[in-house]
Design a protein around this ligand. Structure first.
Ligand code: V0V
Ligand code: CO
Length: 146
């Protein structure tokens, strides 16, 4: 069951400048940063609400590490903006299977590694009314670390 919005993924050209915008404008601080080479992103998670029990909501700022990555290609075509939404679930495997059975393309056979040790998969935007949709099972108790 999808129980919350885990994060909204926002593509940007310059992660440091975008982080500074969110800090200066709204007061959001960086909770976590990492590079995910498989996904071709450098990312910053800004925690919006939650209790550090795995049930939080974040903004995920994404800068591509290479031009041919998903975010790199998307930025070249669209410029900066909202790239995907991510729903949180306790059971990404089961939910991905159930959604796939409804005829929506699930992009990975098995969930892959996401931010902060989470397990993630994606649904094809063309099957979701134009919205790239991610399903996330958080790691238990993700700790802040920069
Ligand atoms: C592409 N399209 C999108 C889209 N990306 N539509 C809405 N939102 C997006 N983000 C549209 C695009 O405009 C095309 O439509 C069509 O899909 C095919 O796109 P393409 O440019 O030819 O690109 P593809 O087909 O090579 O790749 C698109 C997909 C790719 C969605 C398959 O981006 C992908 O595998 N995404 C999942 C992985 C990902 O996004 N990783 C980065 C975040 P027209 O022009 O034909 O109408 S990593 C992350 O979130 C992490 C680590 C985390 O949360 O922990
Ligand atoms: Co994401």
């Amino acid at each position: 069951m999808l129980t919350r919005i885990d994060h909204i993924g926002i593509a940007c050209f310059d992660l440091d400048r975008t982080v500074e915008f969110y800090r200066a404008t709204y007061g959001f601080e960086v909770f976590h940063t990492e590079v995910n080479e498989e996904q071709g992103v450098r990312e910053a998670m800004l925690k919006i609400n939650g209790t550090s029990d795995g049930g939080a909501s974040y903004l995920q700022l994404l800068e591509p590490t290479r031009e041919d990555s998903a975010v790199g290609k998307w930025l070249a075509k669209n410029g900066e903006g909202v790239h995907h939404i991510a729903f949180g679930t306790a059971d990404v495997d089961g939910d991905a299977r159930a959604i796939g059975d409804k005829g929506v393309r699930v992009l990975y056979d098995e969930p892959r590694r996401g931010s902060m040790g989470s397990r993630i998969t994606f649904l094809h935007p063309k099957d979701c009314h134009g919205v790239l949709t991610e399903l996330v099972t958080s790691a238990p108790r993700p700790e802040a670390e920069h």
